[in-house]
Design a protein around this ligand. Structure first.
Ligand code: ADP
Length: 365
């Protein structure tokens, strides 16, 4: 063994460990903070202080919260306190005032700290400036919104003229023309659905997905959707099994949109001549709707992220199916808006079971 090497490792560091860590933290291109078990912060690195332009004394304790945008403050403190009490890691995005007085979006990641005896000793966190990314996202959303609106107008005109042509050329006399008009109609329908999804996406991003509230008789609404879907889907057999007379409260069209979306995915990702079973039941005082298909299925590794915006399963089998990966995201947002939950059970080659639950509305009210 190299003697020199041995000697080097035994040498006492010239800088005390604590000091060495401070130097490292101050040089790191990230903002770092440390809190004790009492939730109060007692350390901020140079990166943090440069960003906020404040002194350590101004930031210590709860001082750091002064710089949070008033609209984000309540949410942030809630995440911070709840994570601290549960000793769980947290991530929160919020606007923080910088040294110029402007607010910038940051991503703050906190994790619990433990000593050698595995005793909890507080939290350590890092904060990154993500303002440029957030601004780019906003510009992308604005573009999607503007483009969808621009596409909607000519598409509406196309639909109107298609309708006129169908009247001018009745199917009895103009079979061939009608065949082509129907093909055009089906493509126009697909584009209309796509644009409607993109517009919904924009509404969700700006937090204004409108929702009416009314009593909904589940059996009649679900039955109508299933019947209508069966009419346009001769390739699959769709059934509805209902185990009770339930009422829910919410936006009929939006909740119908969720069921329609799950049906259209079930059709899209399962072979011709297979069956799709929709079932409705009550579980733990909530209404449970399930949609089962016998298609390609989805590996467990994707389940958690499937309801995220633009998430698509990229595997050989899925590559032939067109889509943008926004349908399930919209479903999840609508269900969330109705105090519900949405999830799935699926395995490759064994089909998929998509489920959503909603609060039941008492019949006598
Ligand atoms: P897309 O327009 O891509 O279908 P969705 O948000 O509806 O968007 O679905 C996201 C992804 O989830 C799809 O790309 C597909 O990979 C997968 N998926 C959704 N439903 C099913 C299903 N019933 N069977 C298999 N895969 C599905």
């Amino acid at each position: 063994m190299d003697e020199n090497l041995g000697r080097v490792t035994k040498t006492t560091p010239s800088i005390p460990i604590e000091n060495a860590f401070r130097l490292m933290a101050d040089a790191a291109p990230v903002m770092i903070w440390v809190a004790g078990t009492d939730k109060l912060c007692h350390y901020f690195n140079a990166g943090w202080l440069q960003f906020t332009g404040r002194t350590p004394d101004e930031e210590y304790g709860n001082g750091w919260a002064d710089g949070i945008h008033p609209l984000d403050l309540h949410r942030c403190l809630d995440i911070y306190i709840r994570s601290f009490d549960a000793r769980t890691p947290f991530k929160m995005e919020y606007r923080l005032r910088d040294h110029t007085g402007a607010y910038r979006w940051v991503l703050n990641n906190g994790v619990p700290r433990y000593n050698d005896e595995n005793e909890f000793i507080g939290y350590v966190g890092s904060c990154t400036d993500i303002n440029d990314i957030v601004e780019l996202e906003e510009r992308k959303d604005e573009f999607i919104n503007a483009a969808s609106h621009e596409l909607k107008t000519p598409l509406t005109t196309l639909s109107v003229y298609l309708h006129i042509l169908k009247e001018l050329f009745p199917p009895e006399e103009y079979q061939q023309v009608h065949l082509y008009l129907n093909k055009i109609g089906s493509q126009v329908g697909k584009m209309t659905k796509l644009i409607a999804d993109l517009l919904d996406l924009s509404k969700i991003q700006s937090g204004i997905l409108p929702a009416e509230s009314e009593r909904i008789h589940v059996l009649s609404v679900w039955q109508e959707i299933v019947d209508n879907y069966q009419l346009i889907t001769p390739t699959h057999q769709i059934s509805l099994k209902n185990s009770g007379d339930f009422w829910i409260y919410g936006d009929k069209d939006r909740l119908g949109q969720v069921l329609t979306n799950l049906l259209s995915n079930a059709v899209k990702y399962s072979p011709h001549n297979s069956t799709i079973e929709v079932a409705v039941d009550a579980r733990d005082g909530r209404l449970l709707t399930t949609v089962r298909d016998h298609g390609i299925g989805i590996d467990k590794i994707h389940h958690r992220r499937l309801f995220e915006r633009f998430y698509r399963v990229i595997e050989e089998q899925q590559q032939t199916f067109p889509g943008l990966g926004i349908g399930l995201y919209i479903c999840a947002q609508i269900i969330k808006q109705h105090d519900g939950a949405i999830w799935l059970d699926s395995e490759p080659g064994k089909g998929s079971l998509f489920c959503f639950s909603l609060p039941i509305y008492p019949e006598h009210e």
